[in-house]
Design a protein around this ligand. Structure first.
Ligand SMILES: [Zn+2]
Length: 392
């Protein structure tokens, strides 16, 4: 093969390939460069005087699925000022033992949901090197859009159980990861965002945690605060689940087993059940007045949530609260009290249907996978960078 073809194949500029040696698991490519006039780094005068040569072995991208080493015959020049200096190469940063493109390859692999060891294996470097490349990547927070949503997840990084994830729910993008969910940490973080940017935010979506709402009111004064759908609907599901569990305790062992096994029939939307399931569900509800009433309230609440008309939702929602409050069922009275307390934010969820923590759930699943395959990432900074790389 002509040398320029080999060069094309290797995609390295201005090198002369002297020989290529294949071993079972590696390829060695022996290279040198043409001598050229050099500028002395000391006195800035040109020189062509060659002092000596030395060989350096450099790791490069895998070639034909083998580890690839470039054996470079490095030239040292001598200047009239007495300075001796090495030639520079476009593909090799000074003092490095791997090519620029191998570093870029490793950095690109960090976008995949894989752990550092497997990236290291693929690139024929140590996990330590991959870690250092990861540390060198800094991820700047992108500019805020019209909406943000915040939620926590169990990350266990830097000995904090929970980390916060901030997402743009409209653009479906992870904006940042916060080391914990403490008020002071979050306040400090939001405060660091320029006022102009924060004041542009129109929607702030979160769960029913007072702290988030308090922060939103201070730092995002122009935003509508929205309770995430999943988080408030869950209250109704919990209420009916708790009733079932309460009732089960008074049942015979056989009946208890049956209710436990079939509990999802009560939780699922009645209209999605098949004929057989509907009959089984009816039978379960027949047994107890509380459960039957609870099921009716649950179905009604789900109907309200799915109604596309906000004006109707608003009226039905308050009617529902009244009905639940006077239901005589403790679990639903409690649920109604929560809904009344959060009514403004829940109604906002009905009003601004396009905003929810839904996208966050998807990202949280990716984080879970990342955590599992990395055997937990203890170092928060690395964890944050990995999440941002994997999700963006
Ligand atoms: Zn010089």
């Amino acid at each position: 093969m002509h040398n320029h073809c080999i060069n094309k194949l290797l995609n390295l500029e201005d090198v002369i390939v002297k020989k290529i040696v294949h071993a079972d698991s590696s390829v060695k490519v022996f290279l040198e460069t043409k001598p050229t006039e050099q500028i002395c780094p000391c006195c800035k005068n040109p020189t062509k005087q060659i002092h000596d040569y030395r060989y350096q072995t450099i790791k490069d991208l895998p070639l034909q699925e083998k580890n690839c080493y470039l054996v470079l015959k490095k030239r040292r020049y001598r200047c009239s000022c007495g300075k001796r200096f090495l030639e520079t190469y476009s593909f090799l940063p000074r003092y490095f033992q791997r090519t620029t493109r191998l570093t870029a390859f490793i950095a690109s692999k960090l976008h995949d949901t894989t752990n550092l060891s497997s990236v290291a294996d693929r690139a024929n470097v140590s996990p330590y090197t991959v870690g250092r490349i990861l540390d060198s990547i800094s991820f700047e927070r992108p500019t805020l859009g019209e909406a943000i949503s915040i939620d926590e997840f169990k990350g266990n990084a830097n000995s904090e159980k929970y980390q916060c994830i901030i997402v743009d729910p409209i653009k479906h993008r992870v904006l940042d990861i916060i080391p914990d969910r403490k008020q002071a940490t979050l306040a400090h973080y939001f405060y660091s965002i320029p006022k102009k940017e924060r004041y542009r935010v129109k929607y702030f979506c979160c769960d029913m945690w007072q702290q988030y709402v308090d922060l939103a009111k201070i730092y995002f004064p122009n935003a509508q605060i929205i309770t995430d759908k999943y988080h408030f609907i869950r209250q109704t599901s919990w209420a009916i689940e708790n009733i079932r569990i309460r009732l089960q305790k008074t049942m015979s062992a056989n009946l208890r087993k049956y209710y436990k096994r079939s509990h999802s029939l009560i939780l699922q939307r009645y209209s999605t059940l098949n004929k057989e399931q509907k009959e089984a569900c009816d039978l379960m509800l027949l047994y107890n007045d509380d459960l039957r009433k609870a099921h009716y309230l649950k179905e009604k609440f789900f109907d309200i949530c799915h109604n596309p008309k906000y004006s109707e939702q608003r009226i039905d929602f308050f009617d529902w609260i009244k009905e639940a409050e006077s239901s005589g069922i403790e679990e639903f009275e409690k649920c109604a009290a929560t809904y009344r307390h959060w009514s403004k934010e829940i109604l906002n969820a009905f009003k601004y249907k396009f905003i929810s923590n839904g996208p966050t759930e998807g990202f949280n699943n990716k984080i879970k996978v990342l955590k599992r395959i990395s055997y937990g990432i203890r170092n928060f900074k690395r964890f944050r960078t990995r999440i941002l790389l994997v999700t963006n």
